[in-house]
Design a protein around this ligand. Structure first.
Ligand SMILES: Cc1cc2nc3c(=O)[nH]c(=O)nc-3n(C[C@H](O)[C@H](O)[C@H](O)COP(=O)(O)O)c2cc1C
Length: 198
């Protein structure tokens, strides 16, 4: 148990290290997860195996970089604006949007992205948490299974995080994908399959 935040050097940055208990727990999750800093350009502190399986990137490829690298040259104007709004508004607990991403091998997919905050006890955002889901390959029932898994990952994370002085934001309720977001994802997918991008 510790409430202290250690600093670690990642590439050119010195950032708050993620508590080891959280890294160990998140690494094992079956859903794709990533955690980034709350400061500077929100570079990634960790990604788990499921993230690597989904994107084809290794942790060495992405840790220390901003996750927008997955977007390559897709326009993504509207989803990016939503994500920027969330990042800039501390009172917003989470955000859900579909966004065009590319795997390391260059194949595009529609990423249903969930982002929330990991806060310090005083309420300040300490890290950003994210989970990625590939809509392109999924059947409708896979989305609800994914949401249930993400919900239980967050629920089990909460007590571990609390021991490390970190408050998890995001519950099964905020994870549930709205009809509007599903419609947005389907539109992007249809567009992608027709040969366009965002
Ligand atoms: C923890 C974390 C994970 C993220 N994961 C993704 C991702 O998987 N795909 C993506 O396109 N953007 C992802 N983003 C969002 C981008 O990093 C960036 O915030 C977004 O593109 C909006 O900012 P920009 O317009 O400056 O690029 C993530 C952000 C954070 C903080």
């Amino acid at each position: 148990m510790r409430n202290r935040v250690d600093l670690v050097e990642i590439g050119m940055w010195v950032t708050p290290e993620l508590p080891r208990t959280l890294v160990d727990y998140l690494s094992k999750s079956r859903v794709a997860l990533a955690v980034a800093t709350a400061t500077d350009d929100h570079h990634l502190l960790m990604v788990n195996d499921s993230f690597c399986a989904l994107t084809g990137y290794s942790p060495d490829d992405v840790v220390g970089r901003n996750c927008r690298m997955l977007q390559r040259d897709a326009a993504n104007d509207e989803p990016r604006a939503r994500l920027r709004e969330f990042l800039a508004e501390p009172r917003q607990a989470s955000v859900r949007t579909a966004i065009i991403n590319f795997r390391k091998d260059g194949t595009p997919f529609v990423n249903l992205l969930y982002m929330s905050r990991l806060r310090a006890i005083d309420g300040a955002t300490r890290y950003f948490f994210a989970s990625q889901f590939d809509v392109s390959r999924s059947q409708p029932d896979m989305l609800s299974e994914y949401e249930a898994q993400l919900g239980s990952t967050l629920a089990r994370l909460a007590p571990l995080a609390s021991d490390a002085g970190v408050v998890v934001e995001g519950t099964l309720l905020t994870i549930a994908t709205s009809a509007a977001t599903i419609a947005q994802a389907k539109m992007m997918l249809a567009n992608l399959e027709a040969g366009g991008d965002a």
